[in-house]
Design a protein around this ligand. Structure first.
Ligand SMILES: [Zn+2]
Length: 372
């Protein structure tokens, strides 16, 4: 324990200025609520490349609003329309079940499928009509945030689609054809299985083994074996094991201790994702959540963490950027808010660190699991 405190002292000593000189900034909650509502409706032209990932943008908006306790500002009709739009992106099994490996959720309507939010069987045969595991995760998460009971989710199709994406080494691809496989998609697969309360979507032993072999020589965790450790992949790995209930059985106490040290060393003024890289708002979540799941969230210097996140807050439009003086974007806005939540910020709701949704939405999921 003593060495950790010495480490934090050293970081403090190396920082410019003193906390007493800092101007106490406030989190501009109403502006961020406006920003979250805006990205749910429209994005600037330069973001058109995100059209295939609209499900994720919706998640950042709707879950961001939830973390800001602002969902009451969305009408019941708009919430119902959003739930219908999400279900309209579900790829359902056909009669012969020959497309099970493609089932799950698309990122949007870009493929040209007809709008069918209530259909129970998708008979439309469209080329390249395949799910994406990150879209399936954010679709289910957004449905929970919106209070849906997941009753229209085709569990057989979703779980078969996820299972098809697991590779021999235990990792996951993102889609059925021609994509990379790494820790990001292992995390998405774990979230999907956890939310559906059914682990038939993966071989958990193989997935845990993939995570263990991805711990790098410096004790952080990489996107895969023999790659560079990174704050994002470290979160994905720790959260996956936490959702599986295998964190303590996968890593030895000594390995976990070294992993904790790698994570706490990411805190500079804010958090960075790798040694010698600049700090960035999103790592207040990626690394902050990792520390919380490892049971040492209290070692975060919350004053410095808050100060950095607020330096990336846009006082004109709302939202957060990765660095000060940059344009805000949906991802850094959502993860900045989650970082503030982990920091205990007043007015920002508590989150479930492993699922990356509000604790309220996670409690709703627990109710669903209890009642089914
Ligand atoms: Zn970032």
């Amino acid at each position: 324990m003593a060495s950790r405190f010495v480490l934090i002292e050293n970081i403090r000593d190396s920082r410019p200025g003193k906390m007493s000189e800092a101007v106490e900034e406030e989190v501009l909650l109403p502006r961020h609520i406006k920003y979250a509502k805006r990205i749910m409706g429209v994005l600037p032209t330069e973001t058109q490349g995100l059209d295939t990932s609209r499900m994720t943008i919706l998640f950042f908006g709707v879950s961001g609003l939830d973390v800001l306790d602002g969902l009451s500002e969305v009408s019941c009709q708009d919430k119902a329309d959003m739930v219908d739009w999400i279900y309209a992106q579900q790829i359902l099994p056909n009669k012969s079940h020959s497309n099970l490996y493609q089932c799950g959720f698309r990122g949007g309507s870009f493929i040209g499928a007809p709008y069918q939010p209530t259909s129970s069987q998708n008979e439309v045969n469209i080329s390249y009509n395949t799910s994406h595991i990150a879209m399936t995760y954010t679709a289910l998460a957004s449905l929970l945030v919106l209070g849906d009971d997941l009753s229209r989710v085709n569990r057989e199709g979703v779980l078969a689609g996820v299972r098809h994406l697991q590779q021999k080494d235990g990792s996951f691809c993102s889609t059925a054809e021609g994509t990379e496989n790494d820790m990001r998609f292992v995390y998405c697969a774990c979230c999907v299985c956890y939310m559906l309360n059914d682990w038939k979507g993966m071989d958990v032993v193989k997935a845990a083994e993939f995570i263990k072999t991805s711990q790098s020589y410096d004790h952080g965790i990489a996107q895969g074996p023999l790659l560079e450790s990174h704050g994002g992949s470290t979160f994905c790995a720790i959260a996956s094991l936490s959702l599986m209930g295998r964190l303590d059985s996968t890593f030895s106490p000594a390995e976990l201790e070294r992993l904790k040290k790698w994570c706490i060393r990411r805190q500079q003024t804010g958090f960075n994702g790798r040694p010698n890289k600049p700090v960035d708002t999103c790592y207040s979540f990626w690394v902050g959540a990792s520390l919380k799941l490892l049971g040492i969230g209290s070692l975060v210097d919350s004053a410095w963490n808050r100060r950095y996140i607020l330096s990336t807050q846009c006082s004109i439009t709302g939202g957060f950027s990765k660095w000060p003086e940059c344009h805000p974007d949906p991802l850094h806005t959502y993860l900045g808010l989650c970082g503030l939540s982990l920091n205990g910020e007043k007015g920002v709701c508590p989150i479930h660190a492993a699922l990356n949704i509000s604790q309220r939405a996670a409690d709703w999921l627990k109710t669903l699991h209890t009642n089914t």
